[in-house]
Design a protein around this ligand. Structure first.
Ligand SMILES: [Zn+2]
Length: 308
């Protein structure tokens, strides 16, 4: 059985796993990233984690996939920009290969694109060559597969649906633009939505100074008006993003993932589906499936990069 190691490099932790070609996780590790120590030390720590996994397992590994939250040139193995990590133009693949105890191929990719490969090989995108993955966490990540290929674009900026402008007069986005989808469809967006409805005096148990996504989801499940309105607004905007993606790429499936996307899927599905149906071009939505992601761990998605 072919097996690979997937590594998800985040701003706070490095999660790694040995994964089979069927997506079965056989071993995992986790350590703190400690971004403040600089890229060289982080790369060393990634290598240490991979070496430790190989040593404790002892079996054969066919390759390594590494997912990074940012703009990645997978051909060169370079992280062009990862704002959360304060990385710019960091060569990742070559130094990593040099630090490994075994001679293995390393594939470096944007984490959401890695997750999309994971869904394609092991999860909700099995059997389709055209799909969109929307990961809702603190931000809104997107990846798209067209004709069996994950798209990158000329400068690796393709499928950044989180920064589709859905409201020119909307909220300021962390990217510097205004009214991006991410300002409504994300953890930050959900909290901003809830604050907005509290200010409009929607009845609620939520405390305006202590808003968290967990508190909002819990309140929504107890039928709290402000929490439900906040999620409805998020779902409506998610439907707009999905309709735009359909008009652009005509995916067979739209997969919703990410920590918040999974946790809130049941609450978001109905408003998103309704908003989507109202806005999508007739015909293009005929057979589209809207599914929850099935690959829970981003390290598993990263491992999918190594299966060619
Ligand atoms: Zn933006």
């Amino acid at each position: 059985m072919q097996r690979a190691i997937g590594v998800d490099v985040g701003a706070t932790k490095i999660a790694s796993a040995i994964v089979t070609r069927d997506g079965v996780v056989q071993a995992t590790r986790q350590t703190a990233t400690r971004v403040e120590q600089g890229a060289d030390m982080v790369i060393r720590r990634i290598a240490d984690e991979i070496n430790a996994l190989m040593q404790q397992d002892g079996g054969e590994i066919s390759g390594i996939g590494v997912g990074v939250p940012g703009l990645v040139n997978p051909e060169a193995g370079i992280v062009i920009d990862a704002a959360n990590m304060r990385w710019q133009n960091i060569a990742l693949r070559e130094p990593l290969v040099a630090l490994l105890d075994a001679n293995l191929s390393v594939y470096v990719e944007n984490d959401v694109r890695g997750a999309a490969r994971g869904e394609f090989l092991f999860g909700a995108a099995r059997g389709v060559n055209d799909f969109v993955l929307l990961t809702i966490g603190s931000g809104l990540g997107t990846a798209a597969m067209v004709n069996g290929q994950i798209i990158h674009g000329a400068y690796f900026f393709a499928s950044e649906a989180g920064h589709f402008v859905i409201d020119p007069q909307g909220r300021a986005c962390t990217c510097g633009l205004r009214g991006c989808a991410e300002t409504v469809v994300s953890g930050r967006g959900l909290i901003a939505n809830a604050r907005e409805f509290l200010q409009r005096n929607y009845p609620s148990v939520l405390a305006p100074d202590a808003l968290t996504t967990t508190a909002i989801l819990d309140a929504a499940r107890a039928n709290d008006s402000a929490a439900l309105a906040a999620l409805e607004k998020m779902g409506e905007c998610l439907g707009i993003v999905m309709a735009s993606a359909s008009a652009w790429l005509n995916p067979a499936r739209i997969i919703i993932g990410g920590g918040l996307g999974n946790a809130a899927f049941d609450l978001l599905y109905a408003p998103a589906r309704e908003s989507y149906s109202q806005r999508v071009l007739r015909g293009s939505q005929a057979n589209v499936e809207i599914l929850r992601s099935q690959v829970e761990s981003s390290a598993v998605g990263a491992a999918a990069l190594a299966f060619r």
